[in-house]
Design a protein around this ligand. Structure first.
Ligand SMILES: [Zn+2]
Ligand SMILES: [Zn+2]
Length: 152
């Protein structure tokens, strides 16, 4: 990651849905069950934006309403999961979190903390020393661990 703002580009597997955005506001891991279900992966990682930061092109992404006020974006042609979308007052409004693995340069975006760690799959632990929050990180709660947590 460089010092200057860096353009983030990416899209779905078939290329029908594409996006372009500036450097992200946040880079996180999420272990929540809904993100894991949506992606099919044991954990997910996101680059975070205000909705207005992202320029979409090609096909419009499809939206699934996964819970009250939460939307999940995906490609209607190839099914690639693309986003978590919702309103977060603490972070200034409408957010779109994009799955890092859909970016063209995923090595560039290194997550800085873990959220919903209490919902993680128990057979996978990430070997980093990053803060781990039991749930949501943006409500003033403190991380309960830094680094891997013993199995429970
Ligand atoms: Zn697609
Ligand atoms: Zn999640």
């Amino acid at each position: 990651m460089g010092d200057s703002p860096q353009k983030v580009t990416g899209g779905c597997m078939c290329g029908a849905v594409r996006y372009e955005a500036p450097a992200p506001h946040s880079i996180i891991y999420c272990h929540c069950r809904d993100c894991r279900r949506h992606s099919g992966a044991p954990l997910v990682s996101f680059v975070g934006y205000l909705r207005s930061d992202i320029a979409w092109s090609g096909d419009a992404r499809q939206i699934y309403h996964s819970s009250e006020n939460i939307e999940r974006g995906f490609c209607g042609k190839c099914g690639t999961p693309l986003t978590w979308e919702g309103y977060v007052e603490e972070l200034g409004g409408d957010l779109i979190e994009i799955f890092i693995s859909t970016t063209d340069t995923p090595d560039e975006y290194v997550p800085t903390f873990h959220i919903w760690h209490d919902e993680r799959v128990k057979w996978l632990e990430v070997a980093d020393d990053l803060p781990r929050y039991r749930g949501w990180a943006h409500d003033g709660s403190e991380p309960y661990a830094h680094g891997p947590v013993a199995k429970d």
